[in-house]
Design a protein around this ligand. Structure first.
Ligand code: UDP
Ligand code: MG
Length: 329
């Protein structure tokens, strides 16, 4: 991330939103003027409509305020946000959608809420949501599951409107659809997150860019986040658990059949003989699965060990007694 130059940077990912753009800019600029120095960074995520030329025209009209990044192809909202975050130089970063569903007038409210509650990030809570039921219901389930597993008391993890301090984004690696877990990823680094109710509007132009596959993708991404946030630094703890479970199960299962075998020898009970029970073979198979689990864990440890040298993670909040240079590195 760049050093801070503005009070606020607004990052807006765009994928085929030609009809909304003019209204969006006209609404946004007066609101941002009240909040101090600002920049708006549009990230055109490979749009195939007129968004590209409209955005270029905005950039030429207001070169000091509006900046535009064009991606070569449609890379997804996470990558678009990531490109915008990298270029942002605001003390506070606002992210919002371009489809006019997020109300621009809620930005000052979120900024005040963040400051008053001394939070590092605040996310909008679409209390009265104007989306079809086919989107609201999976979203409810998603929020319930993420809330349970993350332990964060947030009702709406995936609201497009969020405000955060620029430090929150220093060590963030968004890809795929991980923007849905932005709050979790930031909270896991120790930043204070909260939420504030915001107004939501129905989509006025165009259509949602996400269909039913968002349920499947959300589930898979959740597994990634669950794994990364809990076991990134110790993958062997995760894989080792299942490895040991396999060993235990394999031992008990094998012991039962061996016991039965000896029982059949001493009691002349032929049905207990190992040759009568091919299922005993499951025991060595499960044992092998246990070994594979442990080895996966060890490979995970090796990968983390090698890359941990490059991971400049954002753990330090502040330091005392190191002179001026020692502020948040
Ligand atoms: N978007 C994007 N790249 C994509 C899909 C969406 O930049 O591949 C942008 C889109 O233009 C909008 C925001 O992400 O500004 C949210 O998209 P959408 O409104 O379709 O999502 P929904 O509100 O249905 O969750
Ligand atoms: Mg939308």
């Amino acid at each position: 991330m760049k050093t801070t130059k503005y009070d606020i940077s607004v990052i807006i990912p765009i994928f085929n939103e030609e009809d909304s753009l003019e209204l969006l800019v006209n609404r946004l600029i007066p609101v941002l003027k009240l909040l101090g120095s600002h920049e708006i960074i549009f990230v055109n995520d490979g749009s195939s409509d007129k968004s590209e030329s409209i955005l270029d025209a905005f950039g030429q009209e207001c070169p000091n305020i509006i900046k535009v990044i064009h991606l070569r192809t449609n890379c997804g909202k996470s990558i678009a946000l990531r490109c915008g975050f990298r270029e942002a130089s605001g003390e506070l970063i606002v992210m919002m959608d371009a489809d006019l569903q997020d109300n621009h007038e809620e930005i000052p409210k979120l900024v005040n809420y963040l400051r008053q509650n001394k939070l590092d990030m605040v996310t909008g809570w679409k209390f009265n949501r104007y989306d079809p039921a086919s989107k609201r219901l999976p979203s409810r389930l998603f929020n319930y599951v993420v809330c349970r597993f993350s332990g964060l008391k947030i009702h709406d993890f995936n609201c497009g409107l969020k405000v955060m301090h620029h430090e929150c984004l220093k060590d963030l690696r968004l890809y795929g659809q991980l923007h849905r877990f932005l709050v979790v990823l930031i909270a896991r680094q120790g930043f204070k997150v909260g939420e504030c109710k915001v107004e939501h509007s129905p989509r006025k132009y165009g259509h949602s860019k996400y269909g039913a596959k968002r349920i499947y993708e959300g589930l898979m991404d959740f597994l990634t986040i669950f794994f990364l946030t809990r076991y990134q630094q110790s993958p062997l703890y995760f894989f080792g658990f299942y490895g040991l479970l396999c060993f235990l199960f394999s031992f008990l299962y094998g012991a039962f059949f061996v016991g039965l075998h000896f029982f059949s020898l001493f009691t002349h009970y032929p049905q207990g003989h190992l040759s009568q029970h091919p299922l005993w073979l499951l025991s060595p198979v499960i044992f092998l699965a246990g070994i594979i689990f442990i080895f996966f864990g060890l490979i995970g440890e090796l990968i983390y060990y090698i890359f941990s040298i490059q991971l400049n993670q954002n753990y330090i909040q502040r330091q005392v007694g190191f002179g001026q240079k020692s502020e948040k590195e």
